[in-house]
Design a protein around this ligand. Structure first.
Ligand SMILES: N[C@@H](CCC(=O)N[C@@H](CS)C(=O)NCC(=O)O)C(=O)O
Length: 212
């Protein structure tokens, strides 16, 4: 059951960041990684996507499209992992996490590596994750057939990662584009392996010696 009230109790409690999330959601996982890197304490608000809690009238007031994640910071509601994480860095005048909580920067300083990081994040968030979303798989299951769901997911993830492997070659540090964490890539790999049981062996050519 979700509690949509701004405050559970007390002033301190209401000031705490709240993250509406689902445990299996790679989009929410991007934000969880960033909040942890920045050392920000937050209240976890579970939204059960399988039970359809994202479509309740209360939740749709937070995010009209009915997706997780949503971050609530006092009176401010920010929906969409890209808006929460990246918009701040892409346009210097706008928000959110990076500008408000600048500790532990989320992106490389180097402009070329930063551009590659955006590109990789966009491949994941525009060209892989939307195609494996619950709503899409439900539609394919109903209109085409349940057995067509996994081949479809495999095709979309495979296609996206074939591009990512080419794009990221030569940029890796500790993570894919340097020493900043893979906010978009890591949760996507996790879903591919844990949820869809895909073989995600990364070719050694992606990593310079000693950086695996
Ligand atoms: N562009 C959005 C996409 C959010 C999204 O697709 N979230 C998925 C979970 S990863 C979701 O809530 N799916 C619910 C559904 O398919 O009904 C973001 O990056 O936050």
């Amino acid at each position: 059951m979700i509690d949509y009230e701004a405050s559970g109790g007390g002033v301190e409690e209401s000031k705490k960041l709240k993250l509406y999330s689902y445990w299996r959601s790679s989009c929410s996982c991007r934000v969880r990684i960033a909040l942890n890197l920045k050392g920000l304490d937050y209240e976890y608000k579970a939204v059960n996507l399988v039970k359809g809690e994202q479509f309740s009238p209360e939740y749709l007031k937070l995010n009209p499209i009915g997706y997780v994640p949503v971050l609530v910071d006092g009176d401010i509601v920010v929906a969409d992992s890209f808006a929460i994480l990246m918009a701040s860095i892409a346009c210097s005048s706008s928000l959110y996490l990076e500008e408000k909580y600048p500790q532990h920067p989320l992106l490389p300083q180097d402009l070329q590596k930063r551009a590659i990081n955006y590109q990789a994040a966009n491949i994941v968030s525009s060209s892989i994750q939307p195609f494996q979303n619950l709503a899409v798989l439900k539609y394919i299951g109903e209109k085409v057939g349940p057995d067509e769901r996994l081949p479809w997911v495999k095709y979309c993830i495979g296609n996206g990662f074939a591009a990512l492997e080419k794009l990221l070659k030569g940029y890796a540090g500790k993570y894919a584009t340097g020493d900043e964490a893979d906010l978009f890539l890591a949760p996507q790999i996790n879903v591919a392996i844990k949820m869809f049981k895909l073989d995600m062996v990364v070719p050694s050519s992606l990593f310079p010696p000693g950086k695996k």
